[in-house]
Design a protein around this ligand. Structure first.
Ligand code: X5A
Ligand code: ZN
Length: 518
């Protein structure tokens, strides 16, 4: 295996900036690159890396991802007046142009390709490219989100073409969704795109429906796009690690990539004004470390976002230090993932169960039913195992048959849990073979009427299928339905016509049915 870590950087990429007032764009400043590079130099990390020169991406490289029309349009920007640049910028979302940005964008994409070349030609084991402008938001024919050319997407296509790679993994740990990368590979099973991103149920930029967990890729590429939406801010180290352990890594090992590209944005770190997350810079040491056993260690990290200069510089150092082979520091306070992260995790795993065998046996039960429902099941079956916090199987030797044991469970478990859970309805279900005596049943009903302001629904002698439906299991298919009896259809239809003046949802045509009864 090759040794060494490449560092690819050129000061030229600091030589463009926002030339007018735009609050959305002012955070994308040249200092992002200078502080990151200075931190690497000051810590001695830069010296331990193999320094590789940048190059300009060629038209051919850029056309691997972008359209000719778009490339030609961007090519004109160095000659534009300030007014023309402002006007050109208006065609796109949250991005700005500058007379030197086309040059820098060619260097950013070219730096990424230099990194891929040095890793693929085994000059180094892995490496990082410090680049501006970032890439993951730019699309085939559009600049977007500070991005002009899609550095990582171009690199993936380039690596497939030049080195005949069968599978490339793109890990996008930037706090924004790299929709440009997603669009580029959504029907391509040779590129697995993973992204987590601040989403807040589509309230956060870029506010796309297709950033949610149920966008999994299309056609042959179904299952090869993995989106983890963060529906809350302040995600922490445990949330990030959980998603790596329970989604990305199992799938990545199953995918078995030939190369790993990281869209390494550090706006997912604490202090960032965009992300508003709480993960500490040392988590990036762990994220990096966890990827370094894939693809024989061929990991190329490419800078994307990151707008808190302190947090950014520290995170870059953690990443490079780990690429160099330093052991990762002990991660700060690891409690479990938060509720919102668990919800996202569950949704992503469910959405991908059908595509990845590592997720097939995961969360096999319909846990969602238990979110709104606290289920306590008293039986003599040891086999019932707890499905989640809100599912409490209680195994008594004689089930409900022994009065003392049963009352012990009711008073010691069911009542306190019921009071803490504070339900709005109590549903009591008695199975036919429960063995429960009438008097115990009467006590149970009486005790539970203290909950839910007395709203109690009692189901006696319930048949097995009723219980399974109440627990959220799918009903078996009814098979093909034949046509109903004509006299039944007639009776139902005439009733519907009689009732539809009073009940809007019974109406099926616009004619004279909107007339209200006076
Ligand atoms: C690369 C990156 C963020 C754009 C935010 C626009 N772009 N509101 O982090
Ligand atoms: Zn970002």
């Amino acid at each position: 295996m090759a040794a060494g870590t490449a560092l690819i950087y050129d000061e030229e990429m600091t030589k463009y900036k926002l030339l007018w007032v735009d609050p959305a764009c002012k955070i994308e400043a040249p200092e992002r690159l200078t502080v990151s590079h200075e931190a690497l130099v000051r810590s001695g990390l830069a010296d331990r890396c193999v320094s590789i020169p940048v190059r300009e991406a060629t038209d051919e490289d850029i056309l691997l991802v972008h359209s000719e029309e778009y490339l030609e349009a961007v090519k004109k920007t160095p000659y534009m007046t300030l007014e023309d640049l402002k006007e050109f910028t208006l065609h796109y979302g949250d991005v700005y142009f500058h007379p030197n940005i086309y040059h820098c964008a060619k260097l950013a994409a070219g730096a990424t390709l230099q990194l891929v070349d040095s890793v693929m030609m085994a000059k180094v084991r892995n490496g990082m490219a410090l680049v501006r402008p970032p890439g993951h938001h730019s699309m085939r024919s559009a600049a977007n989100g500070f991005c002009v050319f899609n550095n990582v997407a171009i690199a993936a296509q380039y690596a497939k073409q030049k080195y005949g790679l069968k599978r490339v993994l793109i890990v996008d740990w930037d706090v924004h969704h790299g929709q440009g990368v997603q669009y580029c590979f959504e029907d391509d099973p040779s590129v697995l795109y993973f992204s987590w991103h601040r989403y807040e149920h589509q309230k956060f930029w870029p506010n796309l429906r297709e950033s949610d967990f149920d966008s999994v890729g299309k056609e042959k590429g179904a299952g090869f796009t993995i989106n983890v939406p963060w529906n809350d801010v302040r995600m922490q180290n445990s949330d990030y690690l959980s998603v790596f352990c329970h989604v990305l890594l199992p799938v990545a090992y199953e995918f078995s990539p030939d190369l790993v590209l990281v869209s390494a944005g550090f706006d997912s770190a604490i202090g960032d004004p965009e992300g508003e997350m709480c993960a500490t810079p040392d988590i990036f040491a762990h994220l990096t470390h966890l990827l370094m056993n894939l693809a024989g260690g061929k990991v190329c990290a490419v800078l994307e976002g990151g707008y808190n200069l302190t947090s950014l510089a520290q995170s870059v150092c953690q990443t490079v230090q780990t690429l160099l082979g330093e052991p990762a520091p002990r991660p700060a306070n690891l409690e479990g993932p938060c509720k919102s992260a668990l919800e996202s995790l569950h949704c992503v795993r469910s959405a991908h169960r059908q595509y990845w065998s590592c997720l097939k046996h995961a969360d096999n039960t319909n846990v969602s039913i238990f979110r709104k429902t606290l289920v306590m099941q008293i039986s003599n079956k040891k086999s019932d195992e707890q499905k989640c916090k809100y599912h409490i199987p209680v195994c008594l030797k004689q089930g409900c048959g022994d009065m003392s044991g049963f009352m012990h469970a009711v008073l010691g478990l069911l009542l306190p849990l019921g009071y803490e859970y504070d339900p709005s309805l109590v549903l009591l279900v008695q199975m036919p073979d429960s063995g429960l005596s009438d008097s115990v049943w009467q006590h149970l009903i009486g005790l539970l009427q203290g909950l839910a302001q007395g709203h109690t629904l009692v189901l006696m002698q319930v048949r097995r299928p009723t219980a399974s439906s109440l627990l959220g299991e799918a009903a078996p298919s009814l098979g093909q339905l034949h046509a109903p009896l004509p006299e039944d259809v007639e009776a139902i239809e005439s009733l519907r016509h009689k009732l539809k003046a009073d009940w809007k949802l019974l109406q099926t045509t616009g004619k004279d049915e909107t007339v209200k009864k006076s």
